[in-house]
Every structure is written in structure tokens, then in C-alpha cells.
Design a protein around this ligand. Structure first.
Ligand SMILES: [Fe+2]
Ligand SMILES: [Fe+2]
Length: 375
């Protein structure tokens, strides 16, 4: 990877060859020597021949998960926010009222002029904070971390993965880098959205610190309860739509068949969890277990549950295809619309459900058993 960088002596803008510059439509990997002679950064007057090779150690390396520092006091607030929406939080922190008329009346101006107009003196700190927030290690959004782990830490990140069609439940063991690679996505773009989400998140529900009993109680009282109520209702709807519209929409007949199978598998699956696995996990959480369970180590039923999760995940992919990504036809009857809406909710709930089990509950149970079981 080409990591050579060049720094502007007037405004400290850094051009990173490895990353190019999405502000200016310069593709990653574009060599500095190949930039247009007319290239100017913001309103800065510096020409390319004035740039110097950047040797700053903190700005190099292939471990970068986000963009290299690139904001300068010459950039307009509008441009910064367009490129990096999470910058709003940095401006707010420094007293630049981004919600008020102040910003909107001057948003086209460079940061230095805007902050003067707003009476903010600590301009250097704003730029420093903006750039620091883009450095690797500022947050925990390393591309090496697994999708499941990232969502376990902050549940709101699931929405970002949904936007990019990244499977954080059954595919939750893949690292962010691997998942982006597999789906042809720019890691930087995903990290940027994750940062934005982290900044805007209110109080994201995180289960990572919850105890095992609390987790199984939560899963049963939310996701299992939801399935018990929703699966029979959706089954009636899908049967009805297949019966009435199946002749001209054969995919609905296939959908009904697929749904029946999924429902049966989920009923059996949740029953096994509630009758066998979860009671054992509750025991593990409350006492020292002196006898091994009938199934041996907890990892045995867990691997079985994970395999069944994978099957459910595959069924969801097929359901999405058959419903045109949960889109009802224009002339669809109300049952059809209700079915599509219900299936989309089922998809979301099931993925959250599987994520909680695969990425939070199961690893914790395996680890607790290693410490608790005395045989
Ligand atoms: Fe479950
Ligand atoms: Fe499960």
C-alpha cells in the first residue's frame, strides 16, 4: 500500500496518496505527482510545488481504519460537515452553535472566519480535535474487530451495518475488514458512518455488560415472546396471500413454503434454548456446577444453535429475494402489505436476536463455564 503523504506548508492540509481525497474526487492510490497542477485545497493559495513530503510517524501505516487528518482552518464548515457529519459534535463541543442561524448564515465560509464571527477563539483546538477524531485509535472502530463485537458494544451500529447490507448476526464473526472486502465496500466509508452513528447515538442499548441471567431473561422476554406472537400471525397472512394471489405471483407460493419451514425450525430452536441451554446458563450464572451437563460442555449445544442460526439467516436472505427486498407491489392488497411489513420486522428482530446470542451470550457462557465447572 502506498502511504506517502504530502503536507501543505500554508494550511497543514495533508494529501495521502493511499487514500486520495473524496472531497475532490481523487481516487485512492492517485500519486501526488499525478495530481492536476490546478489542484488547490479549499481556499488555500498553496500550489503543489510548495507541498512537502510528510514524515510524521503518527500519520503513516497500513492500520489506518479511517481517513488521515485532512481538515484545515481554510475548509468551510459546510464542506467539513458534508464529508464528516460527526464533525457537528466537535463544533458543538467548542461552542460553535451548529443548530442556530450562526452556522447557516456563515456555513459557506472557512472555519477560521466562521469561528471569529461566532466569537470562538480556540480555532486551533477545533481543527486539532477534528483531525484527531479521524486518527486510528481515537475510537474503537478498528477494521480488525468483528461485526458482532462492534454491535455488542453499541447496538445502534446494527443500523449502519443494515444500511450497507453487512450481516452482523450470522456473519458476526467476520472482521469489519473482511466483511467490507467480501461485499466490495470501502472500509473507510463504513467506518465514517459508524463514527457518525456513534456521535449521534443517544443512549444505545448495550448488552455487553449484562450478566448471563439478565441476557437470557431479556432474550426470552423480547425475542422469543415476539416469535411466539408473530410467527402464527405471519403464517396465516402468507398462506392467505399465496392462496389468493399465488396464480399470478408464484413467488408467494414459494414464500409460503419457505416460511412454514422457517417457522417450524424456529419453534423447535427456541424450545431447545428455553428447555435445555438457557436453564443451564442460568445455573452456571448462579452456582458452581459440580456435575457436567447431559450434553457435555456448553459449547456443544451452542455450536448446534449457531448452525441453526445460520440456516435461519439463509432463509431470511431467500425471503428478502422473494419479496423484492420487502417491497409490496403497487396494487397489493392490505394483507400483502401487512405481510411484507411483518416479514421485514421479523427480519430485523431475528437478526438482533441472533446477534445477541452468537456474539454476546454464547461467548460469555463458554467463558463462564471454563471458570465455574468443577468436575
Ligand atoms: Fe433464541
Ligand atoms: Fe437462538
Amino acid at each position: 500500500m502506498n502511504t506517502q503523504k504530502h503536507v501543505c506548508p500554508l494550511c497543514d492540509y495533508i494529501y495521502d496518496q493511499a487514500r486520495g481525497d473524496s472531497f475532490y474526487g481523487i481516487a485512492p492510490g492517485t500519486r501526488f505527482e499525478n495530481l492536476s497542477e490546478d489542484f488547490r485545497h479549499g481556499d488555500c493559495e498553496a500550489t503543489l510545488d510548495m507541498y512537502e513530503t510528510c514524515t510524521c510517524a503518527s500519520l503513516t501505516g497500513d492500520e489506518i481504519t479511517g481517513a488521515a487528518p485532512r481538515f484545515s482552518k481554510k475548509d468551510s464548515i459546510q464542506k467539513i460537515i458534508d464529508s464528516y457529519p460527526a464533525a457537528i459534535e466537535v463544533f458543538k463541543k467548542h461552542g460553535v452553535d451548529v443548530e442556530d442561524g450562526c452556522l447557516f448564515s456563515v456555513r459557506h465560509l472557512p472555519v477560521e472566519e466562521c469561528t471569529e464571527l461566532c466569537g470562538v477563539e480556540d480555532l486551533g483546538r477545533i481543527i486539532e480535535d477534528l483531525n484527531a477524531s479521524l486518527l486510528p485509535g481515537f475510537d474503537n472502530l478498528s477494521g480488525k474487530r468483528s461485526l458482532g463485537d462492534l454491535v455488542a458494544e453499541n447496538a445502534d451500529r446494527a443500523k449502519v451495518f443494515d444500511e450497507f447490507d453487512l450481516d452482523y448476526c450470522c456473519g458476526g464473526k467476520l472482521s469489519l475488514e473482511e466483511a467490507c472486502d467480501k461485499n466490495g465496500l470501502e472500509l473507510e466509508a463504513v467506518v465514517m458512518r459508524l463514527r457518525q452513528s456513534d456521535c449521534c447515538a443517544s443512549t444505545a442499548a448495550s448488552f455487553v455488560d449484562a450478566g448471563l441471567t439478565e441476557l437470557v431473561d431479556n432474550i426470552e422476554s423480547t425475542h422469543h415472546k415476539y416469535l411466539k406472537e408473530e410467527l402464527p400471525r405471519l403464517e396465516k397472512l402468507v398462506e392467505k396471500v399465496a392462496k389468493v394471489h399465488g396464480a399470478r405471483a408464484p413467488q408467494m407460493v414459494e414464500l409460503a413454503y419457505l416460511f412454514r419451514n422457517l417457522k417450524e425450525e424456529l419453534v423447535q430452536h427456541t424450545l431447545k434454548e428455553e428447555m435445555v441451554l438457557f436453564p443451564y446458563i442460568r445455573r452456571l450464572d448462579s452456582e458452581v456446577v459440580t456435575r457436567p451437563a447431559q450434553f457435555g460442555a456448553v459449547v456443544n449445544p451452542i455450536r448446534c444453535m449457531e448452525a441453526e442460526h445460520d440456516d435461519a439467516g439463509k432463509a431470511l436472505v431467500k425471503i428478502r429475494q422473494l419479496t423484492d427486498n420487502y417491497t409490496a407491489p403497487e396494487n397489493a392488497c392490505s394483507s400483502w402489505v401487512a405481510l411484507i411489513t411483518g416479514l421485514e420486522s421479523l427480519d430485523k428482530d431475528l437478526r438482533t436476536h441472533i446477534h445477541k446470542e452468537n456474539s454476546i451470550l454464547f461467548p460469555k457462557a463458554i467463558s463462564l463455564e471454563e471458570r465455574r465447572v468443577l468436575v
